[in-house]
Design a protein around this ligand. Structure first.
Ligand SMILES: [Zn+2]
Length: 60
């Protein structure tokens, strides 16, 4: 039930942790190949959640 959310949280956590710890991202002031890959996974997970949520999902 919350597996989509977990995937999103996991992807975001992995990406944020990379941005905190990656020397290359800091040295270049631009995302390295790994960062781009992780960001892509994060965007995909976010899109999946949007689709899973849909217009009919009760929010309250
Ligand atoms: Zn990096």
């Amino acid at each position: 039930m919350s597996s989509v959310n977990d995937a999103l949280e996991n992807a975001r956590f992995t990406y944020e942790q990379h941005m905190r710890t990656c020397r290359q991202c800091h040295a270049d002031a631009a995302p390295c190949a790994v960062a781009k890959h992780l960001l892509r996974l994060y965007n995909l997970a976010r899109r999946d959640r949007m689709r899973a949520a849909g217009p009919n999902t009760p929010t309250a």
